[in-house]
Design a protein around this ligand. Sequence first.
Ligand code: PRT
Ligand code: ZN
Length: 196
Amino acid sequence: MEKLRIAVQKSGRLSEDSLKLLKECGIGVPAGNNQLKISTENFDAEILFLRDDDIPEYVQDGVADIGFVGENVVLEKNKETEIVERLGYGKCRLSIALPKGKKPKNIQALDGIKIATSYPVILQGWLKKNKLKADIHEISGSVEIAPRIGLADAICDLVSSGSTLFSNELYEYETILKSEAVLISGKNISKKEQHF
Ligand code: PRT
Ligand code: ZN
């Protein structure tokens, strides 16, 4: 039988918990590796270590059979994959945050504002659902500084403890997605994966 190829975040918030979960399933990963691809110790599988953003595409294209990734990334990338299981770690919220002192009465007051985010697809979907229009400014990192430097009126970013928002004089105004790590597979699940 062909080896099961499993995509895991190379180094980031999901790496440790994903490898721990694999270990609990009997899929041991040799410690201290720094390779892109390794074979597992006691299961006929290969682990691919990737940027989390690339995992949905690799799974869609069949380069990996399954992948461990944040639901926020799955929804943003919008590839042909399926969520097989919710994994209970990597919990966070994708929220619209505003500068302290700005207190719109309701979400309708967000109409027409400029929002900086790394999640334009999810944000656009939420705006559309709520019949709102906003000027989405896509940036790839340090979203929380955008209001302070005059780039945007608000941000839409991942929040867990809230301390990043707090130290940038922002507050969480509206949660648009609750996310956690999920296990994804391609749309046409093969025999190989069903054995897993
Ligand atoms: O290098 P690579 O591209 O693989 O990693 P990355 O830097 O893109 O992702 P990484 O490792 O930061 O996050 C991986 C996944 O962890 C995310 O896609 C989420 O599913 C999940 N996750 C859980 C988080 C957070 N919590 C989180 N707090 N991802 C990011 N953050 C960031 C957030 O963007 C903000 O900058 O942490 C800051 C806020 O945290 P608090 O605790 O101050 O609120
Ligand atoms: Zn990433």
